[in-house]
Design a binder for this molecule. Structure first.
Ligand SMILES: *Cc1c(COP(=O)(O)O)cnc(C)c1O
Length: 377
């Protein structure tokens, strides 16, 4: 079967070299000392990508597992957690914190804009007694990137641990874990890294390790307990058998990103061109500001159903585009220009098809999307 071109905000296209890595011969990852070195090498590569000297771990499970492991390992019943929210993932992070007994306080801001740092600063001046704060780097459903470079140092100045969902940003947006004083940065394999879905990885600062070690109550869970991994390398012991093939693929995918001269610039350039084409065609973007460089969220024109657009893109052009969920369900079309999806040719093909499909659905465009895209800015 001819697989569609997946222009979705994750999973993304997987390069042939990464697919080949998946099929490499395996060893017993619990017993072969060579695999401990390989796992460590993969973590070292992720550390370079995330600009951190903090420990990095890779867990077997999709991005959500990272969010849950952070909450399970850091939160004790009654801990005050600040949930910084300007979208579906931001708000949802608070639900995970509650699941582990946190008393959650929300700082919510306009869902069409990036987090208002000045307002957050005013809020913290009045109430800052939080053990940790959860926030999202890129709100994938709405296509908004938050200024984590400003937010995390601010939280740090109050001694609040920052736990950042960067699943759809790592590798595509600027990220400086240590200079920005980020305590936990959470990622996933299937977004900008363009590795198969199934792995999460995250960095843990010294302060975050300390909070885990100084817990008064044990972590409720095994799979989500980060403390089990404290001495994995010195003890040569993994809490459970590692998904070795997925880690082979992740290693290759990160290696490819590290060899790329400037992936952040590439994402920025292409995202700007996509937005230019959308706006100048007369279509509307969902966000008003804080535009993401990894995903673009376009408002569905009045009277147009998402399903019709999705079906025509797939049936007539063999391209998968995404809608969204929650309050954005049936309201937007999303194009994921992240990782291996983020190349001029792919966006040109996608926008050409979308222009045609929209026209066939009676949507008047001031100019064709792909032509505006090539015209660029
Ligand atoms: C993709 C993503 C995750 C992982 O969630 P899934 O929807 O299960 O893929 C978590 N956070 C953000 C911001 C994401 O984009």
């Amino acid at each position: 079967m001819n697989k569609p071109m997946i222009m979705t905000p994750g999973p993304t296209y997987i390069h042939e070299e990464v697919r080949k890595a998946l099929s490499e011969e395996i060893t017993n990852p619990d017993l072969d000392p060579g695999f401990y070195e390989f796992y460590k090498d993969t973590c070292e590569k992720l550390k370079r990508l995330m600009r951190t000297n903090n420990d990095v771990l890779i867990f077997s499970g999709e991005g959500i597992l990272g969010l849950e492991a952070a909450c399970a390992s850091l939160i004790e019943r009654g801990d005050r957690v600040l949930c910084i929210d300007n979208g579906i993932f931001g708000k949802g992070f608070g639900d995970f914190a509650k699941m582990y007994g946190a008393e959650v306080v929300y700082f919510s801001s306009d869902y069409k804009k990036e987090i208002d740092v000045a307002a957050l600063s005013d809020f913290l001046a009045k109430d800052s007694s939080f053990k940790l704060a959860t926030l999202v780097h890129c709100e994938t459903p709405s296509g908004i990137t938050n200024p984590v470079d400003k937010i995390c140092p601010l939280l740090n100045s109050y001694g609040i641990l920052s736990v950042v969902d960067s699943v759809s940003a790592i590798g595509g947006e600027a990220l400086e874990t240590d200079p920005w004083k980020m305590d936990m940065v959470l990622g996933g394999s299937q977004k900008c890294l363009s590795a198969p879905p199934g792995l999460t990885f995250f960095s843990i600062s010294k302060a975050a390790w300390k909070a885990i070690e100084e817990r008064k109550t044990p972590v409720a869970g095994f799979y989500t307990n980060i403390a089990n991994w404290r001495n994995w390398y010195t003890d040569k012991w993994f809490p459970y058998t590692q998904p070795i093939s997925d880690i082979y693929a992740l290693n290759k995918a990160v290696e490819r990103l590290l060899l790329d001269s400037s992936p952040v610039e590439r994402h920025k350039r292409i995202a700007e061109k996509v937005r230019y084409s959308v706006v100048n065609s007369g279509l509307q973007l969902y966000p008003e500001s804080g535009f993401s460089n990894t995903v673009t969220t376009i408002m569905l024109p009045e009277g147009i159903e998402f399903k019709g657009i999705f079906d025509a893109m797939l049936k007539d052009h063999n391209i998968l585009v995404a809608g969204a969920f929650g309050f954005l369900k049936d309201k937007v079309i999303r194009i994921g220009h992240m990782g291996e999806n983020c190349y001029e040719e792919k966006l040109y093909i996608t926008l050409k098809a979308l222009s045609k499909v929209l026209k066939e659905h009676g949507v008047p465009l001031m100019a064709e999307l792909h032509k505006l895209f090539s015209e660029g800015i």
